[in-house]
Design a binder for this molecule. Structure first.
Ligand code: GUN
Length: 290
């Protein structure tokens, strides 16, 4: 084993996926179906504005049209539900993305439930999460899907291996655990109440860190030869970006590790667009819808 882990390059893995997405979008367009993503942004959250802009720019590069729906922060739940209903019924819309978080006054759960599961390219609807759980996935949530693609790119062995997911959110930790389970890993989910986290980490051959706390996973906890995927993007005390894993220490022990930035981050948008092109592919009749 080399002294230092190899870096899993999310930018190049994402670029390869985006090339596939572009080819898929072209095939749909040739079949008379122009892939279209509706993007709904409520309020003025600066981080959300940046995310949405990046999604729309990447979509355009891939030949996916976007429809921009901006609502004021004081919009009602009813107004948002009405918009979602209209997008559900619009045959030209393949995917609907409601950017999160929604302003405090809006019932986010009701909004996510209202999205047609066949247009739920985020994969957040309970029907899509349930399908994943029973092993018949339709749309797989983008961040965990991206992590699986990075593990594949890194040549990580999953079958029968001990995988630890740190974090139990509905949009990352829980779907991540199901994907690993489907790949025949032996999966543990750790969370804020887990005791002896260091011991759990030290036993894992694959570590997925999705806690949102800067450098909480210490490098010395990582087992020699482990593969480490760091979902976290946090501001460090000195203003830089750091992951959930203490990078230098982990890199000295791991076999392969994602950098922050440039690891999981670029994968999320690529997977979203991949989901959108899948929806268009089904609409065009180029593949059967699941
Ligand atoms: N906010 C932060 N990440 C995401 C995401 O992946 N999808 C949506 N809809 N909102 C987000």
């Amino acid at each position: 084993m080399s002294a230092e882990a190899s870096l899993i390059d999310g930018k190049s893995v994402a670029a390869a996926l985006l090339a596939e997405v572009r080819a898929g979008a072209e095939a749909c367009s040739s079949a008379g179906v122009a892939p279209c993503l509706a993007v709904v942004l409520v309020g003025e959250d600066p981080a959300s504005q940046v995310y949405v802009r990046n999604k729309e720019r990447r979509a355009a590069e891939c030949g996916i049209a976007t429809r921009d729906h901006r609502l004021s922060a004081t919009s009602s739940t009813a107004a948002l539900l009405e918009l979602v209903r209209a997008l559900n019924e619009d045959p030209a819309v393949d995917g609907i993305l409601v950017q999160l978080p929604l302003p405090a006054g809006i019932d986010a759960e009701a909004v996510l439930l209202a999205i047609d599961p066949r247009k739920d390219v985020d994969g957040f609807h309970p029907e899509n999460l349930g399908r994943l759980m029973v092993g018949r996935p339709r749309f797989v949530p983008c961040t965990p899907q991206g992590c699986m693609r990075l593990l594949a790119a890194a040549g990580a062995e999953l079958r029968g291996r001990r995988a630890l997911v740190i974090g139990r959110s509905t949009i990352v930790g829980k779907p991540m655990a199901h994907l690993l389970l489907q790949a025949d890993a032996t999966v543990t989910i750790a969370h804020s109440r887990t005791q002896h986290l260091a011991r759990e980490v030290s036993m894992a051959e694959v570590v997925i860190a999705a806690v949102g706390r800067p450098e909480m996973i210490r490098g010395e906890w990582i087992a020699p030869g482990a593969t480490v995927i760091d979902v976290g993007i946090n501001r460090s005390a000195n203003g830089g970006l750091v992951g959930d894993v203490e990078f230098a220490g982990a890199r000295a022990r791991a076999r392969a590790i994602t950098p922050v930035p440039g690891g999981v981050g670029p994968m999320t948008i690529a997977c979203l667009l991949r989901n959108c092109v899948d929806a268009a592919t089904w609409r065009a009749g180029l593949a059967p819808a699941p």
